[in-house]
Design a protein around this ligand. Structure first.
Ligand code: T5A
Length: 217
């Protein structure tokens, strides 16, 4: 597959969506063909599963159910969108992917890592990102950003402070154990400064990898 698969990860309010907007503008400026997706979601089926997963009233949902539903949405996303885009040589940007499940359902939700990994593998059909940017930030800052956003909290955002602190710790450990793929970045940096770090790494990646996309300049 000739495409380039990039994912963004991080705790609540880390700024992934913001960085993805910067990435999209950058790729448009460079005339690089890309697709931008979110997980869960990104397909008709995935969107419905997303609504189920994040519905604030479904508080009885167990962690195993979460694991299976997130994986189901992801399986559809890989089949319908990610694999075809990578096969046609596009850059694929995805807001969250397998690492979210490792951290939210595994590390913070206490499902053993080997079980999360096995289910993830079934869902992703060996398709792994070449680079993952984890935007790291303290719970207090993410929480403040969500409050300022003003909309109601979804089911996962409503989980305890301890749960979300475990999420942050899980990402830090994952980044430490997979340094080839994962870059742990300071999510408290000003938006544009953070994007400069991502852009310079991405430019390096685009130059290094056999990839169908064009890059001028
Ligand atoms: N989940 C997901 C699992 O439990 N398991 C899984 O397997 C998967 C895939 C998904 C939820 O599902 C969970 C994780 C999530 O809880 P979601 O809608 O994708 O839900 O939720 P989030 O990813 O948390 O999306 P958010 O929109 O809440 O956060 P973002 O995208 O990280 O943040 P963003 O860019 O929208 O920014 C939030 C606010 O902060 C400001 C922005 O302007 C915005 O107001 N901001 C900054 N402010 C100062 N400095 C910066 N650098 C800033 N960057 C952004």
């Amino acid at each position: 597959m000739n495409g380039l698969f990039i994912t963004l990860e991080g705790p609540e309010g880390a700024g992934k969506t913001t960085q993805i907007r910067y990435l999209e503008h950058y790729l448009q400026d460079k005339n690089i063909s890309y697709i931008s997706l979110r997980d869960p979601g990104g397909t008709r089926i995935g969107q419905q599963v997303r609504e189920l997963l994040l519905h604030p009233d479904l508080t009885e949902m167990g962690t195993i159910t979460e694991l299976l539903l997130y994986s189901a949405s992801r399986a559809q996303l890989v089949t319908e969108k990610i694999r075809p885009a990578l096969e046609s040589g596009k850059v694929v940007i995805c807001d969250r992917y397998i690492d979210s499940t490792m951290v939210y359902q595994g590390f913070a939700g206490s499902i053993p890592a080997n079980i999360v990994e096995s289910i993830n593998q079934v869902a992703i059909q060996y398709i792994l990102p070449i680079r993952t940017y984890v935007l790291d930030l303290p719970w207090e800052i993410g929480e403040q950003r969500i409050q300022e956003r003003g909309s109601a909290k979804d089911r996962i955002e409503q989980k305890s402070r301890e749960y979300h602190q475990r999420v942050r710790e899980g990402y830090q450990q994952l980044a430490e154990s997979q340094q080839d793929r994962i870059r742990l970045l300071d999510g408290t940096l000003p938006k544009a400064d953070l994007f400069s770090v991502i852009r310079s790494d991405l430019e390096h990646l685009i130059r290094k990898h056999p990839f169908n996309g064009e890059m001028d300049g």
